[in-house]
Design a protein around this ligand. Structure first.
Ligand SMILES: [Mg+2]
Length: 380
């Protein structure tokens, strides 16, 4: 949702949710629930039951009810809690989370962490992320207030401990209970939905963004980032490779933009960890050479794909197909979030613009240096 300038507020404090806002907890949740439910002859379906943003007790009660388990909520919690605890060290930070927190620390913006998880779980989860651990002036768990989210209590308590007026606090949340809680507390709310199919339900948030890469602090009166360069954001380099397969077939036919697709099943974990959006970098093709590349990761809203995919477009005119050839990619920067377009022409125009941005940015020494990577050169 676009935010008009008239809505821009002077924010002085930022309050973050933790799970699936800063840390990618849902991978662990899916993993643990799959194992647990299997044991009782049930199959976990992450798209069925919504437990995002709930307290452990509420989530456990929903599970017992939804899967008709022959146990009490407390029994389930007792069995499952240790299963989660031994997975906390595997939780990864969401793309852009460290960058954002580091930025606010360096600009002296006071931050709080307010999560429906028990305080001890929060402490244990962030103990594996030194970039987050000491960055918050206030940390509050769901067990430290009477009423958890969607009650406003936890955010109001955070504002109080930050010595801030609620109206000067910005809440950053991935879940609907969290957004409701923040708005009920009289705060500005920035939503970064962790489940894309529910995006339309975030209407009460003041702004909805695709990923933390798209957080623009300036819109809230907070200090702006200075790491964007030539309309691109350098990201942690990501190296992948495999044989080129036939894609949807629409790249060259419908768009006039031939993509070189890789079999995504080999990289499903990596793709799941990446925020959707348009990225760029270098591509090496066996026996051909190294080329500039721009790539979309996500569901391509215009075509409404059901699976998250990646579709690299090599910025070079090839005379023939190269299906089956080995392709290696060094993904090194981000351009923009995925977006829907009213017409095919506007989609094509935007992809071509992405190509021009990538083409120009890759000549910058910061990005050009990756062309020398052994990973790419050992193939070309
Ligand atoms: Mg959350």
């Amino acid at each position: 949702m676009a935010m008009t300038n008239s809505l821009k507020k002077s924010i002085s404090h930022v309050i973050f949710d933790l799970d699936d806002t800063l840390l990618k907890t849902d991978d662990i949740v899916n993993k643990v629930l799959k194992v647990y439910l299997n044991k009782y002859g049930k199959e976990w379906n992450s798209k069925g039951l919504q437990i995002v943003g709930k307290t452990p007790l509420e989530a456990a009660a929903s599970l017992v009810d939804h899967y008709e388990l022959q146990c009490s909520t407390q029994d389930l919690l007792s069995e499952i809690t240790p299963m989660f605890s031994c997975q906390w060290h595997n939780i990864k930070a969401l793309p852009g989370a460290y960058r954002l927190i580091k930025h606010f620390v360096s600009c002296d913006v006071p931050m709080a962490l307010a999560s429906n998880s028990p305080r001890s779980d929060i402490e244990s989860k962030i103990s594996y992320h030194k970039e987050l651990k000491d960055s918050f002036s206030v940390i509050i768990g769901g067990d430290e207030v009477k009423n958890a989210k969607p009650s406003p209590e936890i955010f109001l308590e955070a504002a109080k401990r930050l010595n801030s007026d609620p109206s000067r606090c910005l809440v950053v949340e991935d879940s609907i209970p969290g957004v409701i809680s923040g708005k009920a507390a009289g705060m500005q709310v920035l939503a970064v939905p962790s489940h894309r199919e529910k995006v339309e339900l975030f209407g009460s948030a003041d702004e909805v963004i695709n990923s933390l890469f798209d957080f623009d602090p300036e819109r809230w009166g907070l200090p702006s980032f200075s790491d964007w360069i030539e309309k691109t954001l350098p990201t942690k380099p990501w190296f992948i490779g495999g044989p080129v397969i036939k894609g949807f077939g629409r790249g060259s036919k419908l768009l006039g933009i031939p993509t070189a697709n890789l079999a995504v099943d080999k990289f499903s974990d990596e793709i799941s960890e990446m925020s959707s959006g348009v990225y760029f970098g270098w591509a090496s093709l066996s026996n051909k050479g190294i080329y500039k590349m721009v790539m979309s990761v996500g569901w391509n809203p215009y075509f409404d794909n059901t699976e998250k995919t990646m579709e690299p477009w090599l910025l070079h005119e090839f005379k023939e197909d190269f299906y089956g050839d080995e392709l290696r990619l060094a993904v090194i920067g981000y351009i923009r979030p995925e977006a829907n377009f009213p017409t095919l022409e506007s989609l094509i125009a935007r992809i071509r613009e992405d190509g021009r941005i990538a083409e120009k940015a890759l000549d910058l020494p910061l990005y050009a240096t990756y062309k020398e990577e052994e990973f790419l050169n050992s193939l070309a």
